[in-house]
Design a binder for this molecule. Structure first.
Ligand code: FES
Length: 126
């Protein structure tokens, strides 16, 4: 049995100063949209799909950051479903709704995403 692993690339998004302190920004990488969040309150960064799996609308970067029992989450601005920013699971049930999570790397004052190399091929920065 063989396992296929996807090669990862680091994508430069923007300087930290381009991000609101407790909010999100939509980053376009080719045809993908990723919501990148800076939580100044937790001193952490998160990233997930920008498309809410409930309606398919590109809205999660405008969601409200918070936490559920210590787990960071974003609440969709349309119908308030909550998604864990650690696992991508819909918190409180509806397990068929899930978002992809992406690692965020902060280096030398810049924000990077670690994504599948195929996504970076035609990416755009902020
Ligand atoms: S569109 Fe996000 S919860 Fe409905």
């Amino acid at each position: 049995m063989t396992t296929k692993t996807m090669e990862k690339s680091r994508f430069l998004v923007a300087p930290i100063s381009k991000f609101p302190e407790d909010g999100g920004v939509c980053v376009k990488i080719g045809s993908y949209q990723i919501a990148v969040f800076r939580s100044a309150t937790r001193d952490e960064w998160f990233a997930c799909d920008n498309f809410c799996p409930h309606s398919g609308d590109p809205v999660l970067s405008r969601g409200i950051l918070g936490d559920s029992k210590g787990e960071p989450k974003v609440a969709c601005p349309l119908h308030k479903r909550n998604f864990s920013l650690k696992t991508g699971e819909c918190i409180g049930g509806e397990s068929h709704y899930k978002v992809e999570i992406y690692p965020v790397v902060i280096e030398d004052g810049n924000v990077y995403l670690e994504v599948d190399s195929a996504m970076v091929h035609k990416g755009e920065n902020l």
